[in-house]
Design a protein around this ligand. Structure first.
Ligand code: S3P
Length: 745
């Protein structure tokens, strides 16, 4: 049941619902319970449905005369079968409908709109075509449920002529029913529905029919396992309604069906030829695409359910930091393992892969380009490399979520492919500067378009011949360096990148690990085309950027003693350790070893009284991702900490200087942001409310801050922690920190 509306008298006079089946009946019943209309009137050819509708409180009354029902109505909902729509619209066109808004619930929109254009000319401004995606195998008014549409999508497909007030009215009604309303253009709607709903129904109907009519003793049903039942559940849907839908949405259904038939033929061929590689490719791509997208959607659904776009962490003061933990795999190395493994010849095995959304976005992109990748399963990934020239055109834009590394590194690689590609991302990635890669790539001969001001999306034209160049990077960026080295694998002559300060060198190391020659002289790395990558085994160490939260947590908490296992300590990444040690932290490295070309150690950290320092500028690029949590260390240190030369922080997942300054100030700290850094006077932090602005590292930094705060810290917009550190809250709990997702204590 929907809760009754909080306020006041009905907003509108009369709602008329024509067609009292499951959908029309549920619409009528829900709105009647919400009290939005003075009266709800039903019209249905079937007298018994009318009777039931009144008895069950679906409508106030029924009316057999269409003209009487509609005269003076405010909203008329057409919930009749889709092929009956034209006739009904014709009848309505004869009536004086005054100002009434007409809307419908048809599952295909093109045919309804074409019919309306034929008969309703002159009234199109008051027509709002709609489609609630809330079907079920049940039908009839007896199945009507007031909350049928709650948390379901309703797609409205207004015409160019539809007036804004009419659209707003129908939008409001569906929202009152708890639906999640979206607007779409008609063709797009019909194509999307053909793929997501109409084709699956067609397959379920045919599969059951085809098997049932051939098996003499109905064996398939006797031995049907759960999978068959799940898959064919929708074959129990209303045959007449579906007959209507396939006829109404013919063109879009045929397009989708033809594409599917091609894929099915290819699969048949693979079975016939014993082509296991093809089968494995299809199955792994399908499985992972399903998991990847349902995870992202589930997270969004949770956030939507909270009625805003917010996932909040509550961080309580006074926890402890004790024990041994292993933080997830290194994000930078995980991205590169997929990229180079895909371009290698042979099968690359990866262990310790980070199963966070950013690295998974890279993995999905390569699957979309035809690479067969198994896993990840407990950090293990098997990549069946296609060689430097084996990538295929992706079927559509590559969506890279929040991941700047994916977008910038892929840009270099894709600039040299024979096919076109488009790279897109979420709201935060869509604001990040891409000219830093687009400009030098263009100088190598690439054809790349960006959005306004050099922002994503990136559209990359394939088939260009790139020429190598010697590039002096204006900023210290490992992403730019890696992007150009990847393009250099394909460019004529050689490509070199010189950096103004050392940045992480995982690309250079890993290329060598795959047997590709890279020369490094001073601050310049160089590659030439004409070599190949040979598959290898990669063990991804734990990410020092994730370990950093516990380095600071254990330093500031009382009585802390924690061992962080198997952390990557590549010298281009250990700035955070050097800075904390300069501040007086008690950190020691144990069990130093080298794994797959990367140095690794266990890191032990114990509590220490930190002191403020001037952070040496040469350490900035070596600790670039760790500054948010270093600012927390500074806020509890004795004295002043000054950071300079770190303007790059302003173009990360958020403006990390401003966002951290705002948060720290909200907790009572003395901080002064500067154009290229920050000044922090150490002291105490109070509890309070802070905003992570969708930046994973800000969310985790304030979680750490709570350890020594005087009150609870409530951190907004934390959903993106899943991009780099999906089990952050679990590990916090494990060491005794008291951080949890609000509402899920
Ligand atoms: C990364 C490089 C850095 C870093 C990012 C990962 C990489 O970015 O901030 O999280 O994997 O190459 P910049 O190259 O923009 O400094």
């Amino acid at each position: 049941m929907l809760s009754s509306r909080q306020s006041g008298p009905p907003l509108f006079g009369r709602l008329v619902v024509i067609g009292l089946g499951l959908i029309g009946g549920s619409f009528a019943k829900g709105l009647r319970e919400r009290g939005l209309f003075f009266e709800v009137v039903g019209v249905d050819l079937d007298a018994q449905s009318c009777q039931l509708a009144v008895q069950q409180g679906v409508v106030d009354r029924c009316e057999s005369d269409l003209a009487k029902a509609c005269q003076g109505a405010d909203v008329i909902q057409l919930a009749v079968p889709i092929l009956a729509m034209e006739k009904l619209l014709g009848q309505l066109a004869q009536l004086d409908l005054g100002d009434a808004v007409l809307t419908d619930v048809g599952s295909a929109k093109g045919s309804v709109v074409r019919a309306a254009r034929r008969v309703l000319e002159g009234r199109l401004a008051r027509l709002v075509p709609g489609h609630p995606i809330a079907g079920s195998e049940q039908s009839g008014v007896e199945a009507a449920k007031a909350d049928l549409f709650r948390r379901h999508k309703v797609i409205l497909t207004p015409l160019a002529e539809t007036d804004a007030a009419a659209l707003a009215r129908i939008d409001l009604l569906w929202r009152e029913l708890g639906a999640d309303v979206e607007h779409m253009d008609i063709e797009h709607h019909d194509q999307v529905l053909a793929a997501t709903s109409h084709l699956p129904h067609m397959l379920a109907f045919t599969l059951v029919d085809s098997l049932a009519k051939r098996s003499e003793n109905l064996e398939i049903f006797r031995y049907a396992a759960g999978g068959f039942r799940d898959f064919t559940r929708i074959a129990g849907s209303d045959p007449v309604m579906w007959h209507d839908i396939f006829i109404a949405n013919r063109d879009a259904v045929l397009r989708t069906l033809d594409a599917f038939r091609d894929d099915l033929d290819a699969l048949r061929e693979a079975v016939a030829e014993g082509d296991g590689h093809h089968l494995l490719g299809v199955f792994t791509r399908a499985r992972v695409a399903r998991e990847h997208f349902s995870k992202i959607l589930a997270r969004r659904a949770y956030v939507d359910a909270m009625h805003n776009n917010d996932l909040i962490f509550l961080a309580q003061p006074g926890g402890s930091v004790k024990g041994r933990i292993r933080v997830p795999g290194d994000k930078s190395i995980s991205h590169r393992s997929i990229m180079l493994g895909s371009l290698a010849e042979g099968t690359t095995e990866v262990e310790g892969f980070l199963e966070g959304e950013d690295a998974l976005a890279t993995l999905q992109a390569f699957r979309d380009m035809g690479v067969v990748i198994e896993g990840p399963h407990h950090g293990r990934v098997t990549i069946h490399g296609v060689g430097l020239h084996g990538l295929q055109a992706p079927p559509g834009p590559l969506y890279l979520g929040n991941s700047g590394t994916s977008m910038r590194l892929l840009a270099g690689l894709l600039a040299a492919q024979p096919f076109d590609s488009t790279l897109t991302g979420d709201a935060s990635l869509s604001k990040r500067p891409m000219n830093r890669v687009a400009k030098p790539l263009r100088a190598m001969g690439a054809v790349i378009e960006t959005g306004p001001e050099g922002r994503p999306p990136l559209t990359i034209r394939g088939g260009q011949r790139l020429t190598g160049m010697d590039y002096e990077m204006p900023m210290a960026s490992a992403q730019v360096k890696s992007c150009l080295l990847l393009a250099g694998l394909y460019a004529a002559d050689s490509t070199s990148v010189s950096e103004p300060a050392p940045t992480r060198d995982h690309t250079e190391r890993m290329l060598r690990g795959f047997g590709y020659p890279v020369s490094v002289e001073g601050n310049t790395a160089r590659v030439a085309s004409g070599h190949k990558l040979t598959a290898c085994h990669i063990e991804v160490p734990a990410d020092i950027s994730s370990a950093a939260f516990f380095l600071v947590a254990a330093s500031i908490a009382e009585d802390a003693d924690v061992l962080l296992e198997h952390v990557g300590i590549n010298p281009t990444r250990t700035g955070v350790i050097d800075i904390l040690k300069l501040m007086g932290a008690d950190i020691s490295l144990e069990n130093l070893r080298e794994v797959g070309g990367e140095p690794v150690a266990d890191i032990r950290v114990r509590s220490a009284q930190l002191k403020g320092i001037d952070i040496p500028e040469d350490l900035v690029p070596l600790a670039i991702d760790e500054f948010p949590v270093l600012f927390i260390a500074a806020a509890y240190a004795e004295g002043r900490t000054v950071l300079r030369g770190a303007e790059e922080l302003r173009v990360k997942e958020s403006d990390r200087i401003q966002v951290m300054a705002d948060g720290l100030q909200a907790l009572g700290a003395q901080v002064q942001p500067t154009p290229d850094g920050i000044i922090i006077d150490g002291g105490r932090l109070a509890g309070g409310e802070v905003w992570a602005h969708g930046d994973h590292r800000i969310a985790m930094s304030f979680s750490v801050a709570a350890l020594r705060a005087d009150g609870v810290i409530r951190i907004h917009d934390c959903a993106n922690v899943a991009t780099s550190f999906p089990n952050f809250l679990v590990l916090c709990q494990q060491v005794g920190m008291r951080v949890a997702q609000e509402g899920k204590a």
